[in-house]
Ligand binder design. Structure first.
Ligand code: S6P
Ligand code: ZN
Length: 198
Protein backbone atom coordinates (compact mmCIF):
# COMPACT_ATOMS: atom_id res chain seq x y z
CA UNK A 1 0.00 0.00 0.00
CA UNK A 2 1.19 3.49 -0.74
CA UNK A 3 2.29 5.54 2.26
CA UNK A 4 0.79 9.01 2.49
CA UNK A 5 3.34 11.42 3.87
CA UNK A 6 2.70 14.81 5.41
CA UNK A 7 4.16 17.66 3.41
CA UNK A 8 6.90 19.80 4.97
CA UNK A 9 5.59 23.09 6.34
CA UNK A 10 6.83 26.33 7.86
CA UNK A 11 5.61 28.86 10.41
CA UNK A 12 6.75 32.26 11.60
CA UNK A 13 7.15 33.42 15.18
CA UNK A 14 5.98 36.99 15.65
CA UNK A 15 8.20 39.03 17.94
CA UNK A 16 7.80 40.66 20.40
CA UNK A 17 4.49 38.82 20.90
CA UNK A 18 5.68 35.24 20.43
CA UNK A 19 2.58 33.97 18.59
CA UNK A 20 3.02 31.36 15.86
CA UNK A 21 1.68 32.43 12.46
CA UNK A 22 -0.14 29.09 12.24
CA UNK A 23 -1.14 27.07 15.30
CA UNK A 24 -3.76 24.57 16.45
CA UNK A 25 -3.78 25.16 20.20
CA UNK A 26 -3.48 28.34 22.20
CA UNK A 27 -3.43 27.77 25.95
CA UNK A 28 -3.71 30.67 28.39
CA UNK A 29 -2.81 29.72 31.95
CA UNK A 30 -4.37 32.12 34.43
CA UNK A 31 -3.54 32.83 38.06
CA UNK A 32 -6.59 30.78 39.14
CA UNK A 33 -5.01 27.65 37.62
CA UNK A 34 -1.94 28.05 39.85
CA UNK A 35 -3.36 27.72 43.38
CA UNK A 36 -0.80 26.02 45.61
CA UNK A 37 2.12 26.68 43.29
CA UNK A 38 3.43 29.93 44.78
CA UNK A 39 4.92 29.93 48.25
CA UNK A 40 3.10 33.07 49.44
CA UNK A 41 -0.46 31.69 49.53
CA UNK A 42 -1.86 34.80 51.19
CA UNK A 43 -0.50 37.14 48.55
CA UNK A 44 -1.71 34.71 45.87
CA UNK A 45 -5.30 34.91 47.16
CA UNK A 46 -5.13 38.72 47.38
CA UNK A 47 -3.94 38.98 43.80
CA UNK A 48 -6.54 36.51 42.56
CA UNK A 49 -9.33 38.40 44.33
CA UNK A 50 -8.21 41.55 42.52
CA UNK A 51 -7.94 39.97 39.06
CA UNK A 52 -7.52 36.55 37.46
CA UNK A 53 -4.66 37.67 35.26
CA UNK A 54 -3.04 35.51 32.59
CA UNK A 55 0.44 34.30 33.59
CA UNK A 56 1.54 32.45 30.46
CA UNK A 57 0.48 31.34 27.03
CA UNK A 58 1.48 28.41 24.83
CA UNK A 59 1.05 28.20 21.05
CA UNK A 60 1.35 24.70 19.63
CA UNK A 61 1.07 23.00 16.31
CA UNK A 62 -0.85 19.77 16.46
CA UNK A 63 1.16 16.68 15.53
CA UNK A 64 0.37 13.03 16.17
CA UNK A 65 1.56 11.93 19.61
CA UNK A 66 3.90 9.27 18.29
CA UNK A 67 7.60 8.79 18.92
CA UNK A 68 8.76 9.78 15.46
CA UNK A 69 7.06 13.16 15.71
CA UNK A 70 8.39 16.38 17.27
CA UNK A 71 5.88 18.57 19.08
CA UNK A 72 6.86 22.22 18.99
CA UNK A 73 5.62 25.70 19.67
CA UNK A 74 6.19 28.85 21.68
CA UNK A 75 5.78 29.61 25.35
CA UNK A 76 5.18 33.22 26.46
CA UNK A 77 5.62 33.83 30.16
CA UNK A 78 4.55 37.26 31.31
CA UNK A 79 6.54 39.27 33.87
CA UNK A 80 5.41 39.68 37.47
CA UNK A 81 5.66 38.23 40.97
CA UNK A 82 3.46 36.68 43.63
CA UNK A 83 5.04 38.20 46.73
CA UNK A 84 8.75 37.90 46.00
CA UNK A 85 8.43 34.83 43.76
CA UNK A 86 8.61 35.44 40.02
CA UNK A 87 5.86 34.31 37.67
CA UNK A 88 6.58 30.78 36.47
CA UNK A 89 5.04 27.89 34.59
CA UNK A 90 3.52 24.96 36.48
CA UNK A 91 6.36 22.69 35.46
CA UNK A 92 6.16 18.99 34.77
CA UNK A 93 7.90 15.70 34.15
CA UNK A 94 7.15 14.09 30.84
CA UNK A 95 4.76 11.16 31.27
CA UNK A 96 7.27 9.06 29.36
CA UNK A 97 10.03 10.05 31.79
CA UNK A 98 12.94 9.24 29.50
CA UNK A 99 12.18 11.91 26.94
CA UNK A 100 14.15 15.13 26.46
CA UNK A 101 13.22 18.65 25.38
CA UNK A 102 15.03 21.54 23.70
CA UNK A 103 14.28 25.18 24.46
CA UNK A 104 15.52 28.11 22.40
CA UNK A 105 15.20 31.54 24.00
CA UNK A 106 13.85 34.20 21.68
CA UNK A 107 13.25 37.07 24.08
CA UNK A 108 13.43 38.06 27.73
CA UNK A 109 15.31 36.90 30.79
CA UNK A 110 14.61 33.97 33.03
CA UNK A 111 15.64 30.70 34.53
CA UNK A 112 14.79 27.08 33.95
CA UNK A 113 14.42 25.17 37.21
CA UNK A 114 14.94 21.44 36.80
CA UNK A 115 15.12 18.33 38.95
CA UNK A 116 15.15 14.56 38.71
CA UNK A 117 13.15 11.97 40.67
CA UNK A 118 16.50 10.88 42.19
CA UNK A 119 17.00 14.25 43.91
CA UNK A 120 19.37 16.05 41.56
CA UNK A 121 18.55 19.66 40.66
CA UNK A 122 19.78 22.33 38.26
CA UNK A 123 18.95 25.93 37.39
CA UNK A 124 20.05 27.42 34.06
CA UNK A 125 19.77 31.04 33.05
CA UNK A 126 17.66 31.79 30.01
CA UNK A 127 18.69 34.69 27.78
CA UNK A 128 18.06 35.51 24.12
CA UNK A 129 19.93 33.24 21.71
CA UNK A 130 20.56 30.53 24.28
CA UNK A 131 19.66 26.90 23.66
CA UNK A 132 18.83 24.74 26.67
CA UNK A 133 18.81 20.97 26.51
CA UNK A 134 16.63 19.31 29.15
CA UNK A 135 17.84 15.69 29.26
CA UNK A 136 15.48 12.74 29.70
CA UNK A 137 14.16 12.41 33.26
CA UNK A 138 14.30 16.08 34.29
CA UNK A 139 11.19 18.00 35.37
CA UNK A 140 11.32 21.56 34.04
CA UNK A 141 9.75 24.91 34.91
CA UNK A 142 10.47 28.29 33.33
CA UNK A 143 10.62 31.44 35.46
CA UNK A 144 10.49 35.02 34.16
CA UNK A 145 13.02 37.13 36.08
CA UNK A 146 13.06 39.91 33.49
CA UNK A 147 10.92 42.42 35.32
CA UNK A 148 9.12 43.99 32.37
CA UNK A 149 9.39 41.86 29.24
CA UNK A 150 7.77 38.56 28.31
CA UNK A 151 10.04 35.50 28.37
CA UNK A 152 9.52 33.87 24.99
CA UNK A 153 10.90 30.42 24.22
CA UNK A 154 10.57 27.96 21.36
CA UNK A 155 10.34 24.34 22.51
CA UNK A 156 10.62 20.94 20.81
CA UNK A 157 9.98 17.54 22.38
CA UNK A 158 9.11 13.99 21.28
CA UNK A 159 5.56 13.34 20.19
CA UNK A 160 4.94 10.50 22.63
CA UNK A 161 6.34 12.34 25.73
CA UNK A 162 3.06 13.43 27.34
CA UNK A 163 2.89 15.48 30.55
CA UNK A 164 2.92 14.50 34.21
CA UNK A 165 1.98 17.47 36.41
CA UNK A 166 1.02 15.47 39.49
CA UNK A 167 4.20 15.26 41.55
CA UNK A 168 5.21 18.88 40.95
CA UNK A 169 1.69 20.05 41.78
CA UNK A 170 1.71 18.22 45.10
CA UNK A 171 5.34 18.64 46.17
CA UNK A 172 6.73 21.52 44.13
CA UNK A 173 10.33 21.85 42.99
CA UNK A 174 13.21 21.73 45.47
CA UNK A 175 14.25 25.22 44.40
CA UNK A 176 12.32 28.45 43.99
CA UNK A 177 13.40 31.65 42.25
CA UNK A 178 12.68 34.80 44.27
CA UNK A 179 13.69 38.44 44.16
CA UNK A 180 16.21 39.53 46.79
CA UNK A 181 17.60 43.09 46.75
CA UNK A 182 16.21 43.56 43.26
CA UNK A 183 17.94 40.48 41.88
CA UNK A 184 16.85 36.90 41.21
CA UNK A 185 18.03 34.37 43.77
CA UNK A 186 17.58 30.60 43.88
CA UNK A 187 16.42 29.45 47.31
CA UNK A 188 15.49 26.14 48.87
CA UNK A 189 11.79 25.43 48.91
CA UNK A 190 11.92 24.60 52.61
CA UNK A 191 13.65 27.86 53.56
CA UNK A 192 11.08 30.11 51.97
CA UNK A 193 9.25 32.48 54.33
CA UNK A 194 6.99 35.45 53.62
CA UNK A 195 8.94 38.74 53.80
CA UNK A 196 7.29 39.82 57.07
CA UNK A 197 8.45 36.74 58.95
CA UNK A 198 12.10 37.05 58.06
C1 S6P B 1 6.00 20.98 26.95
C2 S6P B 1 6.92 22.15 27.18
C3 S6P B 1 6.26 23.53 27.19
C4 S6P B 1 5.41 23.78 28.43
C5 S6P B 1 5.03 25.24 28.58
C6 S6P B 1 4.06 25.48 29.74
O1 S6P B 1 6.61 19.77 27.17
O2 S6P B 1 7.72 21.93 28.31
O3 S6P B 1 5.48 23.69 26.07
O4 S6P B 1 4.26 23.01 28.35
O5 S6P B 1 6.18 26.00 28.78
O6 S6P B 1 4.51 24.89 30.93
P1 S6P B 1 3.61 23.84 31.72
O7 S6P B 1 4.50 23.30 32.78
O8 S6P B 1 2.41 24.55 32.26
O9 S6P B 1 3.22 22.78 30.72
ZN1 ZN C 1 8.11 19.57 28.76
Amino acid sequence: MEHTRDKPFTAEIALPGGALSAYDNHTLRRLSAMRGYFADAERYEQMLAASDIGLYEVYELHRPESSGELLHGTSILHPGKVGDEYFMTKGHFHAVLETAEVYYVLQGQGMMVMETPEGDWAVEELCPGRVLYVPPGWAHRSVNTGGEADLITFFVYPGHAGHDYGSIESQGFRKRVVERDGKPRVVDKARWRPQEER
